[in-house]
Design a protein around this ligand. Structure first.
Ligand code: AMP
Length: 277
């Protein structure tokens, strides 16, 4: 496994590859959710590239950029174990040299869900992902359904800017109790971790109601809010039942719907979602 710490080294390694390149951008502190994307990238391409970069421009001023968990040695061991070919881990100075002033912004999907609590977040995401795509030049890039809105925004960026790659979105990997894997789960104490299982329970409840024939989004939303309110450690940021393609809120569930939510448990903000087909 090659580790490139500079952009020029990454570009040199890229020039030396033959065949397709599968790319998984991450912020590190890897878990099975990330590794499932890497395994898929490796299985579907000649070369698997993973980036580890905690991107400062996607964190708000009051967010956890400084506290974001980091453990590079452990990450490299995990990536070696799944046969990653190249790890790209640039410094902040490499990615954002002084005077940096170009931004990539998508103006669709960015009035919804995450945007109210995290203004500017997706501008940071699209800018760094566009830079990473230019540096790594992947054939395919892999993203998790866990960050459903992010996946839609990136697909829109790639399509509108004619980026020469395929975006692949893969299922959310969960712990056995249903909790979606996330680097931020490490912030949770045991009591909070138990409380966090409410997210998947609530999403599962929405799924069951839909399966039984309920089509009124408001009924699902009320049931979800009522279930969450029974968990005293959890405060709700949003609960949404939206068109899975446009993210417009639905009244009637008459098309594929993205049921998504964000909550705070102590100082930790968690998101999760499912698609109702
Ligand atoms: P992050 O390091 O949190 O920026 O995530 C890097 C990539 O891994 C993103 O495409 C995420 O959507 C994806 N990812 C994070 N958690 C999971 C999960 N539990 N299952 C599947 N993909 C995930």
């Amino acid at each position: 496994m090659e580790v490139a710490e500079t952009i020029s080294r990454m570009k040199t390694l890229r020039q030396g590859t033959a065949g397709s390149v599968g790319f998984v951008p991450t912020m590190g502190y890897l878990h099975e959710g990330h590794l499932s994307l890497v395994k898929q990238a490796k299985a579907e391409n000649s070369t698997a590239v993973v980036s580890i970069f905690v991107n400062p421009t996607q964190f708000g001023p009051m967010e956890d950029f400084k506290a974001y968990p980091r453990d590079i040695e452990r990450d490299l061991d995990l990536l070696r174990a799944v046969n990653t070919d190249i790890v790209f881990m640039p410094s902040h100075e490499e990615m954002y040299p002084s005077g940096f002033s170009a931004w990539v912004e998508v103006h669709k999907f960015t009035d919804h869900l995450e945007c109210k609590s995290r203004p500017g977040h997706f501008k940071g995401v699209t800018t760094v992902v566009a830079k990473l795509f230019n540096i790594v030049e992947p054939t395919r890039a892999y993203f998790g359904q866990k960050d459903a809105q992010q996946a839609l925004v990136i697909q829109k960026m790639a399509s509108d800017l004619n980026m020469n790659l395929e975006i692949i979105v893969s299922p959310t990997v969960r712990e056995s109790n249903g909790l979606a894997m996330s680097s931020r789960n490490t912030y949770l104490n045991p009591q909070e971790r138990k409380a966090a299982t409410i997210l998947f329970k609530v999403l599962t409840r929405a799924h069951q109601m839909r399966e039984k024939g309920e089509t009124k989004a408001e009924r699902l939303r009320q049931e979800m809010l009522s279930l969450i309110s029974k968990e005293p450690l959890v405060t709700i940021d949003y609960v949404s039942i939206a068109d899975a393609q446009t993210l417009e809120e639905l009244n009637e569930i008459d098309r594929p719907a993205l049921v998504s939510m964000a909550v705070r448990i102590g100082r930790t903000r968690l998101i999760d979602n499912i698609i109702l087909k």
